[in-house]
Ligand binder design. Structure first.
Ligand code: FAD
Length: 476
């Protein structure tokens, strides 16, 4: 697929958006050829910034006619190399950064319509301006965009209460690889009319078309919000506390995040403004987030009751409740910076896995034993969205180890951790997607019938295989 694209063809693509919005120089292209973790470095002769859905349509029509590969890229914050063009090929990058409008907010119907290039934080602000909440929240929210969030079916910190992007979307506008425009911007909660085409594009990582617009669900702004940080002795106690929180708070439990001592230590050491609010050290910590829609008092009462009962049951060893919005943000900042805090500690091998919540302690113990047996001295930093069964099982290099030699063991360590995940009926990608990073592993672990179905869908929608080829599932 398009190992090289002629200068004449590049000019035809550039003419669609105008020369000003067609980037060709090395310096302009450079930031778009590398992804966040530096795992992939691709090549591309051209990046196009269309202004509207018609220009996106013209680009994809020409791409299909000429067999030119196209990579959609919005915020370039993806963590599996899905948005990075392939190395040694001439994939053309299509960036939606100019298509960043909030098209409409309907506070009565509790929905918002946005362009695919709208920045997540701007969508949150637009909802807030109407007294509403758009609940998707993640560390990259200042730069990631709705098209990318939908295409990776992003999760984030509030999935426990509100679900991931799939649950937050009512309708889509998509440009198909042929250039046809599908206006599926439906505003309905209930719509049982045939196959669910919307769900086909959500989580497809740009392999089936380009998402140019979306109808998103809004929720009431909570009146009460409480955040607490608790020290615990074991993951088993964290699970028991999660169960208690679920029964006391119901849907008001909006976050339950697990963190290990090592993660808290390095975050307090390396990230500005982060400090451990507890006097003593504990092996494990949880961040508890409660939001209530009736009153502030309800949230306060719930948090106090939960922690009191947690202390009485011997689950909570110590706890601090944030007493201001600034303190709430600081606690979340600690949790969200944990991955970043691993960087000064040297190399880090990552896993984004999920297992049924009840299996988390088994998974943690088995994975810990297996990792330490394979790599004595490894420093495990397993943290994440415990309430969703989603653990970012990160491993920092042993102190003093050679970083390159450590990173060279990435796939070996993945195989060890993923085999335990699969033994517990879990998933090797809970929220980051497949991209280039896990494509071959996906093909190896999913039943042949599922991979074949994915390939048939891909071939039916994208017969020329121009949409983000080589990502998610290979059809070559
Ligand atoms: P990009 O990185 O540009 O693209 C991602 C994928 O979507 C690529 O395959 C790309 O080709 C495709 N794509 C992009 N735009 C379109 C479009 N308009 N149409 C079709 N395909 C498209 N994820 C979570 O789920 N939960 C988290 O808590 C979380 N935290 C994160 C924290 C940090 C600091 C970072 C850097 C990332 C985090 N992520 C998290 C990853 C997250 O999924 C992505 O960052 C985000 O959803 C991708 O949006 P983006 O606009 O950056 O997409």
């Amino acid at each position: 697929m398009s190992a090289s694209v002629s200068p004449e063809l590049l000019d035809r693509f550039a003419a669609i958006v105008g020369e000003k919005y067609a980037l060709r120089s090395e310096a302009e292209l450079a930031p778009h050829l590398i992804e966040n973790r530096g795992l992939y470095h691709g090549s591309s002769p051209l990046l196009l910034k269309p202004a509207n859905v018609e220009e996106v349509s013209a680009i994809l029509k020409l791409a299909t006619e000429t067999g030119t590969a196209v990579v959609p890229q919005t915020g370039n914050t993806g963590l599996v190399g899905g948005q990075t063009p392939r190395e040694g090929k001439s994939d053309i990058i299509v960036s939606l950064e100019r298509m960043n409008r909030i098209r409409d907010v309907d506070p009565v119907a509790n929905l918002l319509v946005a362009d695919g290039g709208a920045i997540l934080a701007e969508v949150q602000k637009a909802a807030e301006a109407h007294g509403k909440l758009f609940p998707l929240s993640l560390g990259a929210e200042g730069s990631c965009r709705i098209g990318g969030n939908l295409s990776t079916n992003a999760g984030g910190t509030a999935v426990l209460a509100y679900g991931n992007m799939r649950q937050l979307c009512l309708g889509l506008e998509v440009v198909l690889p042929t250039g046809e425009i599908w206006d599926g911007l439906r505003r309905l909660k209930k719509d049982n009319t045939g196959y669910d085409l919307r769900d086909l594009f959500i989580g497809a990582e740009g392999t089936l078309g380009i998402i140019t617009g979306a109808v998103l669900k809004l929720y009431p702004q909570p009146l009460g919000h409480q955040v607490a940080f608790a020290g615990l002795n074991s993951v088993e106690e964290a699970l028991a506390l999660f169960n208690l929180a679920g029964s006391l708070c119901g849907t008001s439990l909006t976050g339950f995040e697990l963190m290990p001592r090592f993660g808290v230590e390095i975050t307090a050491k390396h990230i500005e403004g982060v400090r451990d609010p507890l006097e003593s050290a504990y092996p494990w910590y949880v961040l508890i987030d409660i939001s209530t829609s009736d009153s502030a008092e309800t949230a306060e009462r719930m948090m106090n009751t939960l922690l009191e009962q947690g202390f009485d049951a011997g689950l909570v060893q110590d706890a601090a409740i944030a007493s201001s919005v600034a303190q709430q943000k600081a606690l979340w900042h600690m949790r969200e910076s944990m991955s970043e805090a691993q960087k000064p500690e040297g190399g880090s091998i990552k896993h984004d896995v999920s297992v049924p919540v009840s299996k988390i302690p088994h998974f943690m113990h088995e994975a810990g034993d297996a990792v330490m047996a394979a790599m004595p001295g490894a420093r495990i930093c397993a943290f994440g969205h415990m309430g969703d069964g989603n653990i970012h099982y990160n491993i920092s290099q042993p102190v003093g180890a050679d970083k390159d030699a450590f990173i060279a063991r990435w796939h070996e360590m993945n195989a060890i951790v993923h085999s335990i995940v699969l033994a517990h009926s879990g998933s090797i990608s809970a929220e980051h997607g497949i991209g280039q990073l896990k494509r071959d592993e996906l093909a190896a672990i999913r039943p042949a019938i599922e991979i074949n179905l994915m390939r048939r869908i891909k071939r039916a929608l994208d017969p020329a295989n121009i949409m983000n080829p080589g990502k998610v599932v290979s059809v070559e």
